[in-house]
Write a protein that binds this ligand. Structure first.
Ligand code: IMP
Ligand code: MG
Length: 174
C-alpha cells in the first residue's frame, strides 16, 4: 500500500504564493520579451499555474528536461538533458521555472549549459528551496517557499514517478 502524503503546503497556500510571484515577474519584465523555461518533469504544474499568473503579452514558453535522480531520494550529482529547448535563446531574457532547488547541482549544471547559448539574462524562479542540503550555491531570483530537509512530493514532484498529480505539496510518512 502506498501511504497518503501529509500536507506540508496546501493548494491554497501554493495558489496565493504563485499569484504573488506572477505579479512580481509581471512587473519586472514589463517592457521585455520573456522566455519561460519550465524544467520537466517536476515543474509542469507550477509552470502551468505561474504562466497564467504572468500578465504579459510577449511571453514564449519552451521546455527543457533534466534528470538528476534515479528512482530514490538522493541526487547522483550526474545531470543529463533529456529534452532540449526547441529554439535558440541568444540575446533573450530567460526565466527558468523549477520545482525545487535541493543540492543545487542540477541548477548549477543548467546555468553553465545555458550560458554557452549567450542569453541576455537568465533568472531562476523555483517553487521550493531546501537550503539544508546545498552543495552548489544558487541565487534564486523568485522563490516560493523555503522548506526544511524533508523529501516532498506532489504538485509536480515525484517519488519514483508517483505523486506528481497531488494538488498540494506533501511529505510521505513511513
Ligand atoms: P538538486 O540537483 O539536488 O538541486 O535536485 C534537483 C531535482 O531533484 C529537482 O528538480 C527535483 O526534481 C528533485 N528533487 C530534489 N528534492 C526533491 C524532493 O524533496 N522531492 C522530489 N524531488 C526532489
Ligand atoms: Mg524529480
Amino acid at each position: 500500500m502506498i501511504p497518503k502524503p501529509k500536507v506540508m503546503l496546501s493548494r491554497e497556500q501554493i495558489a496565493a504564493r504563485v499569484a504573488e510571484l506572477g505579479a512580481q515577474i509581471t512587473s519586472d519584465y514589463r517592457d521585455r520579451p520573456l522566455v519561460l523555461v519550465p524544467i520537466l518533469k517536476g515543474s509542469f504544474l507550477f509552470a502551468a499555474d505561474l504562466a497564467r499568473a504572468i500578465d504579459l503579452v510577449d511571453v514564449r514558453i519552451d521546455f527543457l528536461g533534466l534528470r538528476s535522480y534515479g528512482s530514490g531520494v538522493e541526487t547522483s550529482g550526474v545531470v543529463q538533458i533529456t529534452y532540449d529547448l526547441g529554439a535558440p535563446i541568444e540575446d533573450q531574457d530567460v526565466l527558468i521555472v523549477e520545482d525545487i532547488v535541493d543540492t543545487g547541482l542540477s541548477m548549477r549544471y543548467l546555468l553553465d549549459n545555458l550560458a554557452t547559448r549567450r542569453p541576455r539574462s537568465v533568472k531562476i524562479c523555483s517553487l521550493l528551496h531546501k537550503p539544508a542540503r546545498t552543495r552548489a550555491k544558487i541565487d534564486i531570483d523568485y522563490l516560493g517557499f523555503t522548506i526544511e530537509d524533508k523529501f516532498v512530493v506532489g504538485y509536480g514532484l515525484d517519488y519514483a514517478e508517483k505523486f506528481r498529480n497531488l494538488p498540494f505539496i506533501g511529505v510521505i510518512e513511513s
